[in-house]
Structure formats: structure tokens, C-alpha cells
Ligand binder design. Structure first.
Ligand SMILES: NC(=O)C1=CN([C@@H]2O[C@H](COP(=O)(O)OP(=O)(O)OC[C@H]3O[C@@H](n4cnc5c(N)ncnc54)[C@H](O)[C@@H]3O)[C@@H](O)[C@H]2O)C=CC1
Ligand SMILES: CC(=O)[C@H](N)C(=O)O
Length: 373
């Protein structure tokens, strides 16, 4: 009996001292052996100056996709080049490799990921690895592994090492039974893609770890993101990037969605600005841990008309892809982001005309450079 009494006293002391005031805060540490694999100890980014160590030490997973390189650039400007490590399972292009620390990290390899976090004293993690909506439907087992099992690894490591964790969600986390115009932060979420299901899972797991273990989890639901210097990775909103390239290269664009398919979209600079802002927001400002963010909504027809103001000869035809169309028809048409605007001052800079002008000034100057060489 004394043993039972002592045990229950110890448990109740543990509960009382829990960090988030919501119950048990023991972090979910996995029992694993020591991995023999080491990150090269002479890597230049291991030696940080004293001043640099005041900043967060950042790891970006899945960083070689459409968004990660731009995020690394923004964070390096803010926190110093050597404090931001880009990672992926792909081989980086020369300009990316030489622009700052890069490391191989497979999010399905728990030990390796943990080792990277420990050896590099990571304090903030941006978890960008994922299979997007269209490629996810083409390979459900892989999407399930990367988007769900990978997330579990990241969550456990983040909780164990007290990281601030950012995981992006998406308009794709909603489905045909969600209100679509506009879609609020809190409503029915019954997506019908593995991508959407995995993102709802990520939102819920992240919030659960926050309330259960005190994990500093922060999540934004991104619209379709449009960028000039990086290619999208197989999503339903990819057409809105492709149209710019085709307008410049061939003057012809074949759209895989119907002309009147309305979806929320955002220029990459706004998306990355929001991501940094929500990560820097004081915890007291966040009344929620998952926020919609919005900038504009348009249809392929409306985008084409705006593009034609710059390339009047552009010819647009439609050859609808059934899989992508069904996905798009189940997604929000307009996103309600009033909570983000109220809580941490979110404000977008780019509407459709500015987006199109910016894309052309970027791609135009690029194509002039290509011609000159
Ligand atoms: N681009 C967009 O329009 C939107 C993106 N998001 C989210 O933002 C995040 C980044 O998106 P993108 O850069 O567009 O995605 P992307 O598809 O372009 O890049 C994803 C990256 O994940 C990497 N990856 C795949 N398996 C991996 C593994 N086992 N370990 C480590 N990395 C792995 C890929 O190599 C790829 O570079 C994703 O989580 C996505 O769901 C959300 C809404 C919109
Ligand atoms: C909106 C997204 O999450 C992505 N661009 C996709 O279309 O899958």
C-alpha cells in the first residue's frame, strides 16, 4: 500500500506542475537507440557566432518545393544565413546549395530527423514536406506515409525538443459539405482527398499536442500559392502558375479546370510574410492555433483576362481534368480570414492586378536574361 500511495502522490504532483494548465504535459518521447549516422561535424553551419545564437535556429523540411526556398531566403534575411537550414530528400540546384546550409532529411527517418534537430540545436521547425492534392490522389500510400506518418515523426520530435512548430494546412482541408462561400475557420471539414484528410489530421494532431503537451504549434491554411521562380509540386491550383509561363513561351494556354472554377489564391510573398508573422506573434495574441489566410479569389477566366492585359495575343483553351475539377469543386471559393486579421494583424499586399504585374515583371526580366545569354 505505501508504494501505491507514493505513486499516486508522485502522479498528482506531476499533474499539478503541468506547463499548459490542461493536464498531463509529459512529452511523447520515443524509446529508440542511438543512430550511428552523424551530420558532418565540420559543416560550416555548426559554428554560429554568439550574436547569431540569439535568433531561432530554424529547420525547413521539404524545402526544395515551390515554397521552401523562398521561405529560407526570407528567414535568412531576418535571422542570419547560418541559422536557417533547408532540407529535403532531393538534390538541390547549385544556386540553392551555395545560398546557405542544406542538409538531407527524410521525414520518414525518425532517428535521422531527431539527430539533425539535436546536432544543430534547432528551435523552430517549418514542416513543408508533403504530397499535394493531385499527386496525392495518384499515389495514396505514399501520400499517407509522407503526410501522416511523417507528421507524427515531426510532432514527436518537436514536442520532445520543445520546438516552435509551423505546419501549413490548405484550402484543401475542406470538402463538399463545408460552407464554400465564404469558408470560416471553424466549420465542417470532410475533405475527399488523401491530401485534405492528412491536413485535417495535421491540424487536429498539432492542436492536440498543444493542449496536451504544451507544444507551440502554429498552422495557417494557405490558398493556392502563385510564384514566379519556383514550380508547383502537383496540386489542383497549379494552372494559375502555368498560365504565366505558357503566355510568355508559346502564347497558348490549355487550362485543366473549367473557366468558372473559383478558388482562393495568394502571391508567394504574402504567404511567406504571413508565415513569418504568425511564428513571431506573441502566444497571447493567438486565440486559435490554425488560421485561414486569404488574399484574392478568381476563376481561370478572370485570371486569363488579367493576363491578356499584358499578353493580348494569349489564346486560352479548356481541357478539363476530371480529378482536379472534382477536387476544385469541393474546395472553398472564398476564404474567411477575419480571425487572422484580428488576432495578429494579417493583411495581404497583393490583389489580382498586382499579382499579374509582379509575375510578368519577374518572368519578363528572366526571359530577357535568358535571351541575352
Ligand atoms: N503550394 C501551394 O499552393 C500550397 C502549399 N501548401 C503546403 O505548403 C507546404 C509546401 O508546399 P510546396 O512547397 O508547394 O510543396 P511541394 O510539393 O512543391 O514540395 C514538397 C517537398 O516535400 C519533399 N518531400 C517529399 N517526401 C519527403 C520526405 N519523405 N522527406 C522530406 N521531404 C519530402 C519533396 O521532395 C518536395 O520538395 C506543403 O505542406 C503544402 O501542403 C498548402 C497550401 C497551398
Ligand atoms: C491549394 C493547395 O494546397 C495546393 N496548391 C494544391 O492545389 O494541392
Amino acid at each position: 500500500m505505501p508504494i501505491v500511495k507514493n505513486l499516486s502522490r508522485a502522479v498528482s504532483q506531476l499533474l499539478q506542475s503541468s506547463g499548459c494548465g490542461c493536464g498531463i504535459s509529459i512529452v511523447p518521447v520515443r524509446c529508440i537507440g542511438v543512430s550511428p549516422r552523424q551530420v558532418a561535424s565540420d559543416a560550416s553551419f555548426h559554428s554560429v557566432s554568439f550574436a547569431e545564437s540569439d535568433h531561432p535556429r530554424v529547420l525547413i523540411t521539404g524545402g526544395l518545393g515551390q515554397l521552401g526556398v523562398g521561405l529560407a531566403k526570407l528567414l535568412r534575411k531576418r535571422f542570419g544565413k547560418n541559422n536557417v537550414i533547408l532540407s529535403d530528400i532531393r538534390k538541390p540546384a547549385d544556386n540553392v546549395f551555395y545560398s546557405g546550409p542544406f542538409i538531407y532529411a527524410d521525414i520518414l527517418d525518425y532517428k535521422n530527423l531527431r539527430e539533425i534537430v539535436v546536432n544543430n540545436r534547432i528551435t523552430w521547425l517549418f514542416h513543408y514536406s508533403a504530397l499535394l492534392s493531385a499527386v496525392g490522389e495518384a499515389n495514396v500510400p505514399l501520400a499517407r506515409a509522407v503526410n501522416i506518418t511523417g507528421l507524427h515523426n515531426v510532432l514527436d520530435i518537436a514536442a520532445e525538443h520543445n520546438l516552435r512548430l509551423f505546419v501549413p494546412s490548405t484550402i484543401g482541408a475542406f470538402g463538399p459539405t463545408s460552407p464554400r462561400d465564404p469558408t470560416p475557420d471553424l466549420c465542417i471539414q470532410r475533405p475527399r482527398t488523401i491530401y485534405g484528410v492528412s491536413k485535417v489530421h495535421a491540424e487536429l494532431m498539432g492542436e492536440y499536442y498543444h493542449y496536451r503537451y504544451g507544444l507551440d504549434f502554429r498552422c495557417l491554411r494557405y490558398p493556392g500559392i502563385i510564384s514566379a521562380d519556383s514550380q508547383p509540386g502537383g496540386g489542383t491550383t497549379d494552372y494559375a502558375v502555368q498560365i504565366f509561363h505558357d503566355a510568355i513561351k508559346t502564347g497558348k494556354f490549355q487550362c485543366n479546370l473549367k473557366p468558372d472554377t473559383r478558388l482562393p489564391m495568394m502571391y508567394i510573398d504574402d504567404c511567406l510574410k504571413a508565415t513569418l508573422e504568425v511564428m513571431e506573434a506573441p502566444a497571447e495574441a493567438l486565440s486559435m492555433r490554425t488560421y485561414n489566410i486569404s488574399a484574392m479569389s478568381f476563376t481561370p477566366e478572370e485570371l486569363a483576362q488579367e493576363v491578356q492585359k499584358h499578353v493580348p495575343e494569349l489564346q486560352v483553351t479548356y481541357d478539363v481534368d476530371g480529378v482536379r475539377q472534382a477536387i476544385a469543386d469541393s474546395w472553398p471559393m472564398n476564404f474567411d480570414d477575419r480571425n487572422a486579421r484580428r488576432d495578429w494583424g494579417w493583411k495581404h499586399d497583393y490583389d489580382l492586378p498586382e499579382l499579374v504585374t509582379t509575375m510578368f515583371s519577374f518572368l519578363g526580366s528572366d526571359s530577357r536574361i535568358a535571351q541575352a545569354n
